[in-house]
Design a protein around this ligand. Structure first.
Ligand SMILES: NC(=O)c1ccc[n+]([C@@H]2O[C@H](COP(=O)([O-])OP(=O)(O)OC[C@H]3O[C@@H](n4cnc5c(N)ncnc54)[C@H](OP(=O)(O)O)[C@@H]3O)[C@@H](O)[C@H]2O)c1
Length: 306
């Protein structure tokens, strides 16, 4: 039987296991994919502890981890005409990504350009697409200054590159150990923590036009005061705090057009996914711990042998 990395109840890492699972069968509008790579995201461990993303269907247990994959189409369900067996694709699975096989809704699946590796493509459906959606939402003109909190992680690295490509100036907070890494992206580094608002003002004497928060909580509250217009404050990390501050959560488009757009940026050399570590499926737990520890650098990816 195919393998998958699952949780069978809500809790800590002790509820995780590599398990034998049924090979899923594609229903109408679905694509069965032999997974080649799966991106690891904070939402994966958050679902394990019981968090339900807004609009997501209730979690059925046991559940397979993972919400972004790349792979090769094995079978297509009724009504799917855009994909054929053998196509290399990437997208958002409905039956988990840390698995040998998964199902993707055809509308959340895109063809993988040949120039993009499976590992890189697996970072696009959640991390890069969230970065893209946030930058679109902010509608900043070239030359504007954007502050990104948590710039050294999966969404932040992608958001910084997209923003810089669009002619924005980018200031970012990350732990001191990531200073050289984020400066290498072209971002002006600011240390987070007490006094961060003053350090941001010093780094942006002309003012900050927008904040894209990827940390939430106190880190979001501490930087909100640098903005005159809370309408330009968005977060992917903390709906409650941003509502209190007058800002908004990032609005996710969740469609194929965004997947195609971010893949095009990779092909053009604008967006580098920065996969900093890969793990085989039987070490998925180690990959997840890297992200759950809260200090991931770029993207962590699980590779599934083809
Ligand atoms: N709504 C959506 O659709 C959506 C989609 C994707 C992600 N998200 C959410 O967005 C957030 C970021 O996702 P991600 O994939 O980028 O996570 P990630 O890869 O874990 O990156 C988060 C980054 O924040 C940094 N960080 C932690 N505390 C910080 C602080 N106080 N100040 C500055 N940086 C800090 C971390 O490392 P250092 O501390 O070492 O710098 C890490 O690099 C998560 O909460 C995730 O659940 C939401």
């Amino acid at each position: 039987m195919p393998k998958a990395y699952v949780f069978d109840r809500h809790g800590g890492p002790e509820v995780e296991a590599l398990a034998d699972v049924e090979r899923p069968v594609p229903g109408p509008g679905q694509v069965l994919v032999a997974v080649r790579a799966a991106g690891v995201n904070p939402v994966d461990w958050k679902r394990r502890v019981g968090y339900a993303p807004v609009g997501a269907p209730p979690i059925e247990l046991p559940a397979v981890f993972g919400s972004e994959v790349s792979g090769v189409v094995e079978e297509v369900g009724e009504g799917v005409t855009w994909f054929n067996p053998g196509d290399a694709v990437f997208g958002n699975p409905t039956t988990g990504g840390y698995a040998e096989y998964t199902l993707l809704p055809a509308e959340l699946t895109a063809h993988k350009p040949a120039e993009v590796s499976f590992a890189d493509a697996a970072t696009l459906p959640v991390a890069a697409a969230t970065a893209w959606d946030g930058i679109r939402q902010l509608e900043l003109p070239p030359g504007a200054t954007l502050l990104i909190t948590g710039v050294g992680g999966g969404v932040g690295v992608a958001a910084a590159q997209i923003a810089l490509h669009e002619g924005l100036k980018v200031i970012g907070t990350a732990s001191v150990g990531k200073k050289d890494f984020v400066e290498g992206l072209g971002v002006t580094y600011v240390e987070p923590g007490t006094g961060v608002a003053d350090r941001v003002r010093a780094a942006a004497p002309g003012g900050v036009d927008a904040v894209y928060d990827l940390v939430g909580g106190a880190a979001l509250e501490e930087v909100a005061e640098v903005l005159e217009d809370p309408g330009k404050l968005i977060t992917a990390a903390d709906r409650q705090t941003v509502a209190k501050l007058g800002g908004s959560p990032v609005r996710r488009a969740r469609d194929r057009a965004v997947l195609d757009a971010v893949a095009r940026l990779v092909v053009e050399g604008v967006l580098r996914p920065y996969v900093t570590e890969t793990f085989p499926l039987d070490r998925a737990g180690e990959a997840l711990r890297k992200v759950e520890d809260g200090h991931a650098r770029g993207k962590i990816v699980i590779e599934v042998s083809g």
